[in-house]
Design a protein around this ligand. Structure first.
Ligand code: SAH
Length: 216
């Protein structure tokens, strides 16, 4: 078996992808730099390798998807990450979004409810040099109280409602980026402006796999 590689050809395709993201309105230089660096093809099934730098979502294991690069960039931009920020991700999936956050210097805690994906990501990320603070198997509706509060929380699945624990686990000044809705989701940004107050902005429609609530 060939060991998966990152080559100048892949780098070239990533540079083209970054140009597409700029055309679609992504402005944050650090976000663009991170998407220009993370080898997305190594987070996908090798059969799909030739498609890895198209701006599309693709299937991964357990009937889930790796998010579209534009969506990853859009959500990451909304988090306004600074180096050393503590970020909680709900829905580890392939680990690609975690890698983008780590590339930007965030300390990443990530939760996945599908055991198969949890196990794969836990191995795949450090193999590629990306070391999250914690990859956790569990229910993202509960957040992760153990390491709270967070500078940012990003939900990468469509949430029928906004889980209260996620709002509670934000620092004052912290941001929650969450797609809310059943079939189509409204990208929603909450900012905790004081212990008890949150601002809310809606930023357009997206389509995600659902944030599942049934038993693990
Ligand atoms: N961030 C991922 C996107 C994965 S798709 C990536 O970059 O590849 C969304 C993920 O959310 C799926 O892996 C799904 O299994 C997971 N998920 C769904 N419901 C969840 C829940 N209640 N808690 C944690 N993860 C959940």
């Amino acid at each position: 078996m060939n060991t998966p590689k990152d080559t100048p050809r892949h780098q070239g395709l990533r540079n083209q992808l970054v140009q597409i993201l700029i055309q679609k309105g992504i402005k944050d230089e650090n976000v663009l730099k991170a998407l220009g660096k993370v080898p997305r093809h190594l987070f996908m099934d090798s059969a799909l390798e030739s498609h890895a730098y198209e701006d599309k979502a693709f299937p991964i294991a357990a009937e889930q998807t790796i998010s579209q690069p534009y969506t990853v960039a859009f959500q990451t931009e909304l988090l306004s990450i600074k180096k050393g920020n503590k970020i909680l991700e709900i829905g580890t999936g392939s680990g690609y979004q975690s890698a983008v956050l780590i590339e930007m210097g965030a300390l990443v805690y990530t939760i996945e409810r599908q055991n198969e994906l949890y196990k794969l990501a836990k191995i795949a990320l450090p193999k590629l040099g990306y070391r999250p603070k914690r990859v956790k198997f569990g229910d993202g509706y509960l957040g992760c109280e153990e390491f709270a509060p967070y500078d940012g929380i990003i939900v990468t699945a469509g949430a029928p409602l906004v889980p209260k624990p996620l709002l509670n686990q934000l620092k004052v000044g912290g941001r929650l980026v969450i797609p809310v809705g059943e079939n189509i989701q409204m990208m929603t940004l909450f900012e905790r402006v004081s212990e008890k107050e949150f601002t809310k902005i809606e930023l357009g429609e997206f389509r995600f796999v659902p944030l599942l609530k049934d038993k693990l």
